[in-house]
Design a protein around this ligand. Structure first.
Ligand code: SF4
Length: 251
């Protein structure tokens, strides 16, 4: 196994201050991936015992909450086998520090449904991982302020609880629950508009929270069509929750 990078301090890929390793090799090739160079299994440096010792040394600080494993794809079979001795030693030395793992695979279907049953190394690897962030990165579902994940389809999974309960247990951190996938976000109300402008009100009501949009089309029966629809600003602010408001540049 090769690895692309090791970060001594990472505050984005899991709770607290963490050490991160980016392994090399990934077949998913997601559109918009930020680590394209790590798609190549031969990219970067060789991962060996000295790499494990270096990571253990970096983690031996009180302020380090745990290790995050990213890629590339940590669950490519060759990478899983390479990572087993790392996670075993990390848990042996730091039983109270957490291990997060980011994968493009689906936790239920691929990880538990296939790999966990078929490969002894998957079982060993997974038994040492606390939280898995699963699913391919989907550029169309990317939102800037998501916590510990890149796109809304990705889930943060409590691995141990999921195995114990026999079903996927998802975790939420911070207030990003507003972006969780629901029927509403899967089938958002879509409003196409030509232009919209602030509602003209007198001085006193200038802070009115509505704008007027010339609606061209909508998949929502309740939205009146032309000539105008009042979109409340809060609706725009929560567009990620299930309302897509699109400007039709051709009109
Ligand atoms: S799974 Fe991760 S590393 Fe692989 S292509 Fe997708 S975003 Fe990039």
């Amino acid at each position: 196994m090769n690895y692309a990078d090791i970060k001594k301090v990472d505050i984005q890929d899991g709770t607290g201050v963490r050490v991160s390793i980016y392994v090399s090799g990934c077949h998913f090739h997601c559109k918009g991936c930020h680590n394209k160079e790590a798609w190549d299994f031969n990219y970067g440096k060789k991962f060996d015992e000295s790499t494990i010792n270096y990571i253990l040394e970096l983690m031996d600080r009180d302020y380090i909450a745990g290790l995050s494993i990213l890629g590339g794809e940590p669950l490519e079979p060759v990478n899983q086998q390479g990572l087993v001795p790392l996670v075993q030693k990390v848990k042996e030395k730091f039983p109270n520090k957490t291990i997060w793992c980011y994968t493009g695979y689906d936790f239920d279907k691929d990880v538990l449904g296939k790999m966990y049953k078929e490969f002894s190394y998957t079982k060993e690897l997974i038994s040492n991982i606390d939280i898995m962030v699963d699913g391919e990165f989907v550029e169309e579902k990317k939102l800037a302020d998501l916590k510990f994940r890149g796109s809304t389809n990705q889930r943060k999974i409590d691995v141990k609880a999921s195995i114990k309960m026999g079903k996927t247990i998802q975790l939420q951190f911070g207030d990003e629950s507003r972006y969780e996938e629901t029927d509403e976000t899967k089938n958002p109300k879509i409003i196409f508009f030509k232009e919209f402008k602030e509602k003209e009100e007198n001085e006193e009501t200038s802070k009115d929270t509505s704008v007027t949009a010339k609606v061209i089309e909508s998949n929502d029966k309740e939205t009146p069509s032309n000539p105008a629809y009042e979109i409340r600003k809060p609706e725009i602010a929560v567009a990620a929750k299930g309302i897509e408001i699109k400007r039709d540049e051709n009109l």
